[in-house]
Ligand binder design. Sequence first.
Ligand code: TRP
Length: 337
Amino acid sequence: MKKKILSGMRPTGPLHIGHLVGALKNWTKLQDEYECYFMIADWHALMSEYEDPERLKQYSMDMMLDWISCGIDLSKSSVFVQSHVPEHLELAMTFSLFVPLGWLERNPTYKEQLREIKGRTLTTYAFLGYPVLQAADIALYKANVVPVGEDQLPHLELTREIVRRFNTMYGEVMFPEPEALLTEIPKLLGTDNRKMSKSYDNYISLGENPDDIIKKVARMITDPKRIRLTDKGHPQKCNVFSYYKSFAPEGMVKEAEDWCKNAFRGCTECKKIMAEVLIEYLEPIRKKRKDLEVNKEEKIIGPLMKCLDKVRAEAGKNIDEVKKTLHLFHTIKKDEI
Ligand code: TRP
């Protein structure tokens, strides 16, 4: 039996090349080895965007199309929207019965977000419980492995503690303790060398048009020690070089390293070439996306309904076990009344 994977993303805006390198590339590789569940975490998105939800549905649909354009295959993986499966909330409620407030208040990601995210009121009951719903997402399918970025490790540790407590409290090992699967590739920084993020406007979206790619790459910061064309550069310290590593064919990465170290080419030229590499890399994704938009019914809606049936069946089965464990009055059968 294949091990199970669950991962998710919050639909808070258009996907960019950071998501592609940091997560999607990796997800597509996992599809054969594991039984995969990939979830659009719309309830999690609402936890920070609840005051302004108008674009949520659009973002979710766009995310779905982007995932598939990047190689997530609906015939291999179960792709679904969290809010289509209400059992997530039921399991989150279950876990919230016994999760101590201290675990949540101490969570470093929570503390950081309260500090960093401006313009939103995040001192809410739901936002404090963010990791409880995330634990429910994972446990609902009895997932063994969760591919995530480093920033999610505290959440995953909490998930492990939560399922451990459930298992010991009710004396049966219902849920496996999930392992993190860290993506090897380091985070791709934004065009201004900060973390790539929608809110910093330093990202290149998956559907970015070629002219904008050229403009954005041209503005990128290179090795600050390389001032004149004849100065030798340090590719390891240059963000543009990390883009070569992510998007250029292997031989070209070596070449680019060479240009820079030996001052064969200047940064402006190097960036022009990078932009072309990126345009070419994104071209098949753009094409596939167009095709999906034209053939939505056949290529998206139908296969998604199938996924949803499978996911709901699995979630329903597992939540029934939970309800039995909790002695909830979960069915009205004669022998139970
Ligand atoms: N918190 C994750 C993020 O912001 C999204 C997420 C929700 C998730 N539920 C999950 C990730 C379950 C992995 C597993 O990226």
